[in-house]
Design a protein around this ligand. Structure first.
Ligand code: G6P
Length: 372
């Protein structure tokens, strides 16, 4: 009903707008003022977490993209090797797991059969499973050793938005908590990540307040056949997520690439006027990556692409190559997906609406897929 949508035209629009609160609720009570994490709910004893020698993240769909970002955070913060795998692939390739493996299973619904089968297999091999889940008492948390709930509230629209942002928050918390328990030495950069987390709700709100040009752009692209998305580092999974949203909602051909791979094939797709969305990495800290993306943007633009560049405030180096510039707040590189994903959600939702599609119930898709 209209009341359930809180005055918005769709659940998806409402859920996009709910994100600052969803993120704040997911952080609530978990990060102390001193920067220490309080995650007693992770009921895997500290001595077990200290013995972990490998982390494997399994998930499907949008949750898989959160898992890809988790890999960057976990490896960087804990220095533990971390693999992220599609749950449907993981189970059937006889993965190497033992009692020292921590499996993180990410699922909004907690009922996705592929993810459930992956975690059952992992537990049979003796691995510990930590679920990151948005649905209290659902099957995946019930069958896991521990659960870290995301507090996004019920997500109704089939395409995931606020659950994704809160999955990211949970993954950062898992990485930081593992680091804390294992006594990883925290440098200034990691301390900055902890500090910045509490600013994210306000920053997401800020992004939401500046989306009108993105909606306008989306409407002008409604008759296109293809949109490409490129990013590097944590911007690569963001590119994949941007493309997935467009497929799910607008039924368009959309693909995400790692910008460094463009030259190994995808650049052949670029022709006059093709819209290419670029997620520019934070210019802070990882300047090497930033220089590289600037040359990637130059390359694709030289071949006629119409570039839509998502870049941090103050990033001037990308300006000459951006046909459309979307500004996001400056945050530590690892956290950038929390602000960079939001314009892509708005873009896909508006483009789908302009094409006359029903955004809450896209054709052929289900909110939770309980078959393998
Ligand atoms: C379905 C939904 C996706 C979702 C995926 C995983 O395919 O349409 O939006 O990302 O399942 O769902 P889960 O509930 O496990 O996060």
């Amino acid at each position: 009903s209209a009341a359930e949508k809180g005055g918005y035209a769709s659940f998806m629009l409402k859920e996009i707008a709910d994100q600052p609160k969803a993120v704040a609720d997911t952080l609530l009570g978990r990060v102390g003022t001193s920067g220490a994490l309080h995650l007693d709910e992770v009921r895997i004893p500290p001595h077990v977490l200290r013995e972990v020698d490998k982390v494997v993240v399994v998930a499907c769909g949008t949750a898989f993209h959160a898992g890809m970002i988790a890999k960057y955070a976990i490896e960087h913060i804990t220095r533990l090797p971390c693999e992220t795998e599609l749950a449907s692939e993981f189970r059937y390739r006889d993965p190497i797991l033992d009692a020292r493996t921590l499996v993180v299973a990410i699922s909004q619904s907690g009922e996705t059969m592929d993810t459930l089968m992956a975690l059952r297999h992992a537990r049979e091999q003796g691995a510990r499973v930590l679920a990151v889940c948005n649905t209290n008492g659902s099957t995946i948390p019930r069958e896991s050793d521990a659960v870290l709930y995301t507090h996004a509230g019920p997500e109704v629209a089939v395409a995931s938005t606020k659950a994704f942002l809160t999955q990211l928050v949970a993954c950062y918390l898992v990485a930081l908590y593992l680091g804390q328990v294992r006594g990883t030495k925290w440098g200034d950069e990691i301390r900055a990540v902890v500090r910045q987390l509490s600013e994210i709700p306000r920053q997401v709100e800020e992004v939401l307040g500046t989306m009108e040009p993105v909606r306008e752009l989306a409407r002008t692209l409604a008759d296109r056949d293809t949109v490409l998305f490129v990013g590097r580092h944590v911007g690569y999974p963001v590119a994949l997520e941007g493309a997935l949203k467009l497929k799910e909602l607008a039924y368009m051909h959309a693909e995400g690439f790692a910008a460094g791979e463009l030259k190994h094939g995808p650049i052949a797709l670029i022709d006059e006027g093709l819209p290419v969305v670029v997620i520019a990495p934070s210019p802070r800290g990882r300047s090497v990556l930033h220089d590289k993306i600037v040359s990637n943007i130059q390359e694709i633009r030289a071949r006629g692409a119409r570039t839509v560049v998502i870049a941090e405030e103050g990033d001037e180096a990308v300006v000459p190559y951006a046909d459309h510039l979307v500004r996001i707040p400056a945050v530590p590189t690892l956290l950038q997906p929390l602000v960079a994903t939001v314009p892509l959600q708005v873009f896909a939702c508006e483009l789908a609406t302009a094409r006359g599609n029903e955004v809450d119930q896209p054709r052929n898709l289900a909110k939770s897929v309980t078959v393998e």
